[in-house]
Design a protein around this ligand. Structure first.
Ligand SMILES: CC(C)(COP(=O)(O)OP(=O)(O)OC[C@H]1O[C@@H](n2cnc3c(N)ncnc32)[C@H](O)[C@@H]1OP(=O)(O)O)[C@@H](O)C(=O)NCCC(=O)NCCS
Length: 188
């Protein structure tokens, strides 16, 4: 088997052992720990250490995740690789007609570039379509080049730049990216 084929086989083997399931209230602690691990490895150089702490506290406290799970316009899903938590996504109805906001998309560094981010985006697209949406929208830091590349690879395009005050003296300096959802059964 040549190197390309072996790489393809490895990707298929990895993907076959992947499940995407709804996050349960009992998962909130593990999601919070996973988010911190990913953020502390990924965001230095993109935002300050103080902003990382501020945003983790604002978004990933277990009690906040559990509160979001109570909402009927917002969903969290987890990705398990060989039974272990490797990533997650959350998304909510933005209030704009036909639009779902992909609010969070994270895959642990040990599992990146195996297609799991793409699987989560496909899953969120199907869930969004089933809930009457035809468009996914997200905000990504303008300096987060790897994530922007991932979103482009999976069909998103930059719509505009946006700066948002998130309190505490911090701003988010983002691109807003958009992806049309073509039909329920699409895989990519
Ligand atoms: C963005 C993210 C969710 C993508 O998940 P993933 O499982 O790696 O995605 P996929 O395997 O489906 O796609 C991989 C693509 O992402 C981009 N990418 C991801 N990691 C990269 C890296 N370290 N270097 C360069 N490109 C990278 C590339 O375009 C890559 O495609 P390629 O492997 O064919 O070159 C994941 O990398 C992640 O969690 N990153 C850190 C947190 C983050 O920025 N999240 C988004 C917040 S808005």
């Amino acid at each position: 088997m040549n190197a390309d084929k072996r790489q393809g086989q490895l990707r298929r083997d990895a993907l076959e052992r992947v499940e995407i399931l709804p996050v349960e209230p009992g998962d909130a602690g593990r999601i919070s720990v996973l988010a911190r691990e990913i953020w502390e490895r990924h965001y230095p150089g993109i935002i300050s250490a103080a902003q990382i702490e501020y945003m983790l506290a604002q978004r990933y406290e277990p009690r906040l995740i559990r509160a979001e799970l109570q909402r009927d316009d917002l969903w969290w899903d987890k990705l398990l690789a060989a039974g272990r938590l490797a990533g997650f996504a959350s998304y909510f109805l933005s209030g704009q007609p036909g639009e779902m906001k992909l609010d969070k998309l994270y895959v642990h560094q040990d599992h990146q570039r195996r297609g799991y981010g793409g699987l989560l985006i496909s899953h969120v697209s199907r869930q969004s379509r089933a809930r009457g949406c035809s468009r996914l929208v997200l905000a990504v830091n303008r300096s987060n080049t790897n994530a922007i590349a991932a979103y482009r690879k999976h069909g998103f395009e930059v719509r505009e730049a946006a700066v948002k005050d998130i309190g505490g003296g911090f701003v988010m300096d983002d691109y807003i990216m958009v992806r049309e959802i073509r039909n329920v059964s699409e895989s990519g």
